[in-house]
Write a protein of this length. Structure first.
Length: 278
């Protein structure tokens, strides 16, 4: 049996990139399944039932806890370094990461600011004090999720797909995988956001291209978006008005199911394109 396992391991690098992506996702699910089963029992969650905030956070955290082992397995089989997938510990990485966070927060600020200007929402300024307790923990969460997802989707999966396809096709496929995997957590609220999630994936691929293969800028953007939206939600900084029904705020007020969210992404892409000209 050990000899058969060794033969399979030797064979893996010779497989097509598409097959490797499928095996990567299957392996990820297998590694996560025991943790998911344990946590689902602890929180009392039933499969196919809607996830509440604490249940979703627990399951997401357990999924990302398996990523270091998954990345190690990928690097071992492919004979690569983690820097080949765009992650490296350098000062330039930190600078680009901070730039990405700033761009992400600025984009959200403009988006929600315009919604307030059109009268679709009201800022609850009295709740700003809550950010003193929530800001740093939510930044840490945003960085963890942002960097992890970028390493997986814009790092490993994009690289593997480029073994079979051009960069453009690989970007389209990896962004599609990124979007559809969000259905794992919620379906009714995620389906209207699928186009926005795909656009988000494509923007983040462009951010990696701008970084000449580095995930710093893409990770910063992703973390900034998560941080900003989490702060707004957790601190209850906004409330919607009656005008939202006719103002295009979107399905159940989901960020990527509304016009302003799509324009935020497209605007970010335009800014990145302008920056690439310098």
């Amino acid at each position: 049996m050990l000899s058969q396992l060794y033969s399979w391991i030797i064979l893996l690098p010779t497989l097509s990139g598409t097959v490797k992506v499928c095996l990567f996702l299957i392996t990820w699910f297998i590694l996560w399944l025991p943790l998911a089963w344990y946590i689902a029992r602890k929180v009392g969650w039933q499969p196919f039932s809607p996830l509440v905030g604490s249940e979703k956070l627990s399951l997401v955290m357990s999924l990302y806890l398996t990523v270091p082992l998954l990345v190690w397995l990928t690097i071992s089989v492919e004979g690569t370094l983690i820097s080949d997938y765009g992650l490296e510990l350098q000062l330039t990485f930190l600078i680009s990461l901070l730039l990405g966070i700033g761009l992400g927060i600025a984009g959200l600020g403009i988006s929600f600011g315009l919604e307030g200007w059109f009268g679709w929402l009201i800022w609850q300024k009295n709740n700003l004090y809550r950010l003193s307790k929530l800001g740093i923990p939510l930044l840490g969460l945003g960085l963890w999720v942002g960097i992890t997802e970028e390493l997986i989707f814009r790092g490993i999966l994009l690289n593997l797909l480029q073994q079979d396809y051009s960069l453009g096709i690989a970007a389209i496929i990896s962004s599609g995988i990124f979007a559809f995997l969000h259905l794992l957590w919620e379906r009714q609220e995620t389906i209207p956001q699928l186009p926005g999630l795909w656009i988000m994936g494509m923007i983040l691929v462009w951010a990696r291209i701008m970084g000449e293969g580095s995930l710093a800028l893409a990770s910063g953007l992703h973390a900034g978006w998560i941080w900003g939206l989490s702060c707004i939600d957790a601190a209850e900084l906004i409330s919607y008005t009656d005008k939202e029904a006719t103002g295009g705020v979107g399905w159940k007020r989901q960020p990527l199911a509304r016009i302003s969210g799509i324009f935020c992404l497209l605007g970010t892409g335009l800014v990145l394109w302008q920056l690439s000209l310098f």
